[in-house]
Design a protein. Structure first.
Length: 307
């Protein structure tokens, strides 16, 4: 049975208010979660950052090297990868074996992409449904974004894509199509590929994050006090911190959006707990319509003031 973390979920808007431009807010969030959730659930949260473990496996060879966090394994543990591989996830054990034997399985890929391909081949080893589905969605999004960028730069697609997933299959079948044959299975590809004719990298990254956040919102749904909700919040915080490192203003904007969404959602569940699921759905639709109208009014007023 899924545990509910009502106090933790409801406290999130206040927990990190105004902290986005300071280093370590995601680390602080995870540290706080560690004190509030079960050890098993905290391990699940840490599995959201296994790609950082992949990076560390490739680049962290001594205490003098840079260590990427948050991660599932600590720096001390990662230094034991070659000597004690049996204590690591299977994809890291497989990578350790290639290092020991000095024989890469897929030299056509970068070392990190080769390791990530091992991860996806062993994705069923990730026991939690949400984490597994998150990574499956990231595979498709990663390959789609990379394919459009590679084609814009006239690079060979097969050399740089992770050779797994539905998107990869479609891309390899339709390399000359404007949308790489993706639009039916991945409707967002229709809008995404147009951005790769422009030089504005920010627009591309913003759309990729919008797609990612929408997937998270739809996957969590109204399950606002669950581990899935806490996991989605962690992923979004990681995105906010990345934007903050590039632009404090953009990071603050995203963080405020995140907090506003949490406040509205939690308040809704508390205030309308007595409603049936159908009534809740109708009330959400009404509130969303009111929000859109208010947004449109604000944009119209802003346009008139600028004129």
């Amino acid at each position: 049975m899924r545990r509910g973390y009502y106090f933790l979920a409801a406290s999130l808007p206040d927990l990190f208010r105004g902290r986005t431009s300071g280093a370590g807010s995601l680390e602080e969030y995870l540290d706080y979660c560690e004190t509030q959730v079960t050890p098993e659930d905290f391990d699940t949260l840490k599995q959201l950052f296994l790609f950082n473990d992949a990076r560390n496996a490739v680049t962290y060879r001594s205490k003098e090297d840079s260590f990427v966090s948050p991660s599932f394994y600590s720096a001390e543990q990662m230094l034991k990868l070659i000597d004690e591989p049996e204590s690591f996830f299977p994809f890291l054990r497989r990578y350790a074996a290639t290092r020991i034997e000095e024989q890469r399985e897929r030299p056509e890929l970068t070392e990190i992409d080769e390791l990530i391909s091992y991860f996806y081949e062993a994705l069923d080893d990730v026991a939690d449904d949400f984490v597994r589905e998150y990574y499956a969605n990231e595979l498709e999004l990663r390959n789609i974004g990379a394919a459009f960028e590679l084609r814009a730069g006239e690079f060979e697609l097969a050399k740089y894509l992770i050779p797994l997933g539905r998107a990869y299959e479609l891309i390899m079948k339709n390399p000359e199509a404007n949308d790489l044959g993706l639009s039916v299975d991945f409707p967002y590809a229709r809008n995404l590929y147009q951005l790769y004719d422009e030089a504005d990298l920010t627009k591309r990254e913003e759309m990729l994050d919008q797609i990612r956040w929408q997937w998270l919102d739809e996957r969590v749904g109204a399950d606002l006090f669950s581990l899935n909700f806490l996991a989605a919040y962690a992923i979004k915080l990681a995105s906010v911190e990345r934007w903050s490192s590039l632009s404090v203003e953009k990071g603050e904007e995203l963080f405020q959006d995140l907090l506003d969404t949490v406040r509205r959602s939690v308040r809704f569940e508390i205030e309308f707990a007595h409603l049936t699921e159908e009534q809740k759905a109708e009330r959400r639709r009404q509130l969303e319509e009111e929000r859109r109208r208010a947004q449109n009014t604000e944009q119209t007023q802003s346009g008139e003031e600028s004129r």
